[in-house]
Ligand binder design. Structure first.
Ligand code: FAD
Length: 468
């Protein structure tokens, strides 16, 4: 009987254990993607980017003689319908670890199994399953460095090639047209501005990894924090939709280690930060919603306000913060160091709840990832595990001098800082919503919160909290 392979954040053919085993079984395979409430709940940019990923993945499947069947509705109900329509005896998928998906998948698994269908989940999204990494006391890790030490020498799964031959059904079930899902519907900002910055699909991801390995490994360790250099892999965009496997990155990093490339270990460590984020999300699912450390939700955080709108618009009057917020708006991405700086300014100088930032990133990032975003925000705010302590407050100006010494990053994104702004800085004004009424010739604003004032206010709120 046929196997339904249900794709989610695993839009690739290679390193795909579920697809690989389905192909090897010789049974008919029906690939499926479901637009359910989890997809419905995505932010504007990730949903739009996912739609582009689905389109590219459908094309890859077509080249194998397969079709990606698209259905919209409750995931369990749609799978049950597809089982009836195709006579499938199995539904297989790649495991996900965030609370929304775990809840949905557990219910689906038990209901289908109860009906005699082989419902089975496979690895592939991570290198190390969250339950396979434990401290000496059998507990989960709350601190990154021992987590890294525990996994760095471990064996990982073997790489799997894309299947060469997969049995297709004689008659395909009905499929929605992807356009009818209107995945870009909520992109009320210039999708055409962001589009050229994307690298969509498995082939593009592989190319990106190859060029990174060829050109950037040596300098990765020293330059990855530089805002003014394109020194990182850019692969988070592809990893989040599963267009490339973490295994591919790990193998490339290991080879570079063997070849003595200077930045190789740092790169492996970064990949393990992603693993750590999923480890935490699996073991403490509340990290996506609530402050991880006890008591932090009662900290006097501000909520959304006119000031936070200025943060979102890249008009805080702090140059590096504004550059980063505009970079995200135009490209759908933001440099990692810049994510830390805008997060620190929002949660400390502006004393705003980290959830405000988390939500805005979820709306704007094309590499939005439920685990990395939650961990990143709680790290920045000081409320997370192994986080930067609240009293350690980045000074965005000194950070900018260090990581953008010639002001190239700030000039690239903030038009008001130059007589003759570059195209990137001007793109922001084509990308942002009309009702923001922003123009590049306006005067650059004074800081929404002065650095010294904000720092002192945050520190005294922190001291007060400790003694309260
Ligand atoms: P590279 O430097 O090339 O690193 C390779 C890979 O390692 C990345 O693709 C990523 O998968 C992983 N990685 C690197 N740094 C981190 C990190 N700090 N945490 C977890 N994984 C990491 N990353 C996301 O993928 N999605 C998010 O939504 C996200 N939100 C963030 C929010 C905040 C507030 C912060 C501080 C960080 C966030 N990150 C997020 C982590 C990090 O900024 C990005 O993974 C990184 O900038 C991606 O660029 P790259 O692919 O060029 O990374």
């Amino acid at each position: 009987r046929p196997i339904l392979v249900w794709f989610r954040r695993d839009l690739r053919l290679s390193d795909h254990p579920a697809l690989h085993e389905a192909a090897r079984s010789g049974r008919v395979v029906v690939p499926v993607f479901l637009h359910d409430q989890v997809i419905e709940g995505l932010g504007a940019a990730p949903k739009w980017r996912l739609g582009l990923g689905i389109e590219a993945f459908s094309d890859s499947l077509e080249a194998l003689g397969l079709r990606l069947i698209l259905r919209r509705g409750n995931a369990l109900a749609e799978l049950q319908k597809l089982v009836r329509e195709t006579g499938a005896g199995a539904v297989w998928w790649t495991r996900q670890y965030d609370p929304d998906q775990i809840e949905r998948d557990s219910e689906i698994k038990s209901t289908l199994q109860g009906a005699g269908i082989e419902a089975k989940s496979f690895p592939g999204h991570l290198l190390f399953e969250p339950w396979d990494v434990a401290t000496g006391q059998g507990k989960f890790y709350q601190v990154y460095t021992p987590f890294w030490r525990s996994v760095r020498g471990r064996d990982v799964a073997v790489r799997l090639p894309a299947p060469a031959d997969v049995a297709a059904p004689a008659h395909w079930p009905e499929s929605d047209a992807l356009e009818s899902w209107q995945m870009g519907h909520a992109m009320n900002r210039g999708a055409d501005v962001v589009r050229p910055y994307l690298h969509i699909g498995e082939a593009a991801a592989r190319q990106r990894l190859a060029s990174f390995a060829r050109d950037r490994f040596d300098s990765y360790g020293t330059d990855r924090d530089r805002l003014d250099k394109d020194a990182t892999s850019g692969l988070s965009e592809n990893l989040t939709y599963g267009e490339i496997s973490p295994l591919a990155l790990w193998e490339t990093g290991q080879r570079a280690m063997e070849a003595g490339k200077a930045g190789a270990e740092t790169f492996l460590k970064e990949i393990v930060w992603r693993e750590f984020a999923y480890h935490l999300v699996y073991h403490t699912p509340q990290i996506t919603h609530d402050s991880w450390r006890a008591g932090w939700d009662s900290f006097p955080w501000q909520d959304e306000s006119a000031e936070t709108l200025r943060w979102k618009q890249g008009r805080t009057g702090i140059e590096v913060v504004d550059a980063a917020m505009r970079e995200m708006y135009v490209t759908g991405r933001m440099h990692n160091r810049a994510r830390m700086l805008v997060g620190s300014y929002l949660t400390k100088h502006m004393m705003t709840h980290w959830r405000v930032g988390q939500r805005w990133f979820e709306e704007c990032l094309i590499d939005w990832d439920p685990a990395a975003n939650a961990m990143g925000w709680q790290w920045v705010a000081g409320s997370g595990p192994d986080a930067a302590p609240y009293f350690r407050i980045f000074n965005p100006d000194t950070q900018a001098e260090k990581f953008d010494p010639k002001r190239a990053y700030r000039s690239a994104w903030v038009a008001e800082l130059s007589q003759d702004p570059p195209g990137t800085a001007l793109e922001f004004f084509s990308a942002c919503p009309r009702n923001w009424n922003l123009t590049p010739d306006a005067a650059y604003p004074a800081p929404v919160v002065e650095l010294a004032t904000g720092r002192n206010r945050a520190l005294s709120a922190y001291e007060h909290r400790k003694t309260a």
